[in-house]
Design a protein around this ligand. Structure first.
Ligand SMILES: [Zn+2]
Ligand SMILES: [Zn+2]
Ligand SMILES: [Zn+2]
Ligand SMILES: [Zn+2]
Length: 404
């Protein structure tokens, strides 16, 4: 017996069409019911050894008449239903084909090999018609696959809505984040420049202080040198004068007696001119203590003139987008321009400190208004200016240096 052909490539195999197999049967070949998808109900062999799909054969015989005896569709030998032998080899081949087919077909039931045609609402999965009749889905709501897919898509559409909204929110937040990164970059650059400028001012101040002190030292050194040189001159003069007197007197003393005595009156008068003791003037030395004493402190004290202390600093991270702040963060002015600023949290955060905040008139120190009942842990005063011509200024306080 030749093996039945089971190479059922569907429409690609010219021997089989998608129509029921009986309309296109071929001699000596397995006649199969070829609806799409392929369905094997059962394979059977007639007494004449011709092989047919049992379901197709039954259909055909029903159209032949209602009697018990029927004829083989190929050789017209007499045969009947009870004579049909089910070919177990063929059956197995068909079974394994069904299994293979369903494994390769994601749209077919693995258990029954049939196409999924229903959707079970309880199990939320597609099932085949045979599954639908099985005990596993008893009492379950089953819908045709198309209807199920439509409803599920509708359900997913509404489930996607909040996700899509969240996606938009995240995209927006990401853009804000990119802006923030740009802002951070420019903040860092600007702040770096400011720090360098501030230190440059301090460096210049210190260099000037150093130069002033060095030049004061130099001036004192020159003055003291001048005084010393004057004294040198005076002393040289005295030394010369005394030496001269001594020399003259001694010379007279070596003269002959008569001559010596003749000049004696004048000689003795010379010795009467007693010069003063060499003078030791005060303050002859350089006043090192004056130059070095508490040098750093005195420089620091002088620094008061270039240092400002502002008890309140305006935080640019909290400024509204219409404000311009001064470089030292003490002056705020309302601008006609609107600046692009990141929506950082601090810009909208107002906190309070000890339960109350009081505002004073700065000149009289008279309280203007006190806010009480503030329960937030930290307090930051909030300033606002609507005037575009006159800025709001935070005045520096007086700096006092005190020592114990
Ligand atoms: Zn036959
Ligand atoms: Zn099934
Ligand atoms: Zn079910
Ligand atoms: Zn004004």
């Amino acid at each position: 017996m030749r093996q039945p052909s089971i190479d059922l490539g569907g429409a690609s195999n010219p021997a089989f069409s998608l129509k029921p197999c009986l309309e296109k049967w071929l001699p000596d070949m397995l006649i199969l019911r070829m609806t799409f998808p392929v369905q094997f109900v059962s394979a059977s062999v007639l007494t004449c050894r011709h092989r047919f799909c049992k379901a197709c054969l039954k259909d055909s015989w029903e159209t032949q008449g209602s009697g018990d005896s029927h004829y083989c569709l190929l050789c017209w030998c007499r045969s009947s239903m009870d004579q049909i032998v089910v070919s177990s080899a063929l059956e197995k081949t068909c079974e394994s084909f069904k299994v293979d087919r369903s494994k390769n077909d994601p749209e077919a039931c693995e258990e029954h090999g049939e196409k999924f045609t229903l959707f079970c609402l309880e199990d939320l999965e597609p099932i085949c018609g045979l599954c639908g009749k099985g005990a596993a889905h008893t009492g379950h709501r089953l819908y045709p696959i198309g209807e199920g897919a439509h409803d599920c898509k509708e359900e997913l559409k509404s489930a996607l809505l909040p996700l899509k909204e969240k996606l938009q929110v995240y995209k927006k937040a990401k853009t804000a984040c990119e802006d923030m990164a740009e802002h951070i970059k420019s903040q860092a650059e600007h702040t770096e420049t400011q720090i360098k400028d501030e230190f440059e001012a301090l460096h210049i101040f210190l260099k000037e202080q150093e130069a002033a002190r060095l030049s004061a030292l130099k001036a004192e050194k020159e003055l003291k040198n001048l005084e010393v040189n004057h004294r040198f001159e005076d002393m040289n003069h005295e030394i010369a004068s005394l030496s001269n007197t001594i020399r003259l007197v001694e010379k007279e003393m070596n003269s002959k007696d008569v001559l010596f005595l003749k000049n004696y009156k004048e000689t003795i008068r010379r010795t009467w001119q007693t010069p003063l003791e060499p003078q030791n003037v005060p303050g002859a030395l350089i006043d090192v203590a004056k130059h070095l004493g508490s040098l750093k402190f005195r420089v620091w004290e002088k620094m008061k003139n270039i240092v400002k202390y502002n008890p309140v600093i305006l935080d640019p991270n909290t400024a509204a987008s219409c404000f311009i702040l001064s470089e030292d963060l003490t002056v705020v002015q309302n601008s006609t321009q609107i600046f692009k600023l990141p929506d950082n949290l601090e810009r909208f955060d107002i906190n309070m400190d000890r339960g109350k905040v009081t505002f004073y008139d700065p000149r009289e120190r008279a309280p203007l208004y006190t806010f009480t009942g503030i329960i937030s842990p930290r307090a930051f005063p909030y300033f606002c200016s609507a005037c575009k011509e006159h800025p709001l200024k935070i005045l520096p306080t007086r700096i006092l240096l005190s020592m114990d």
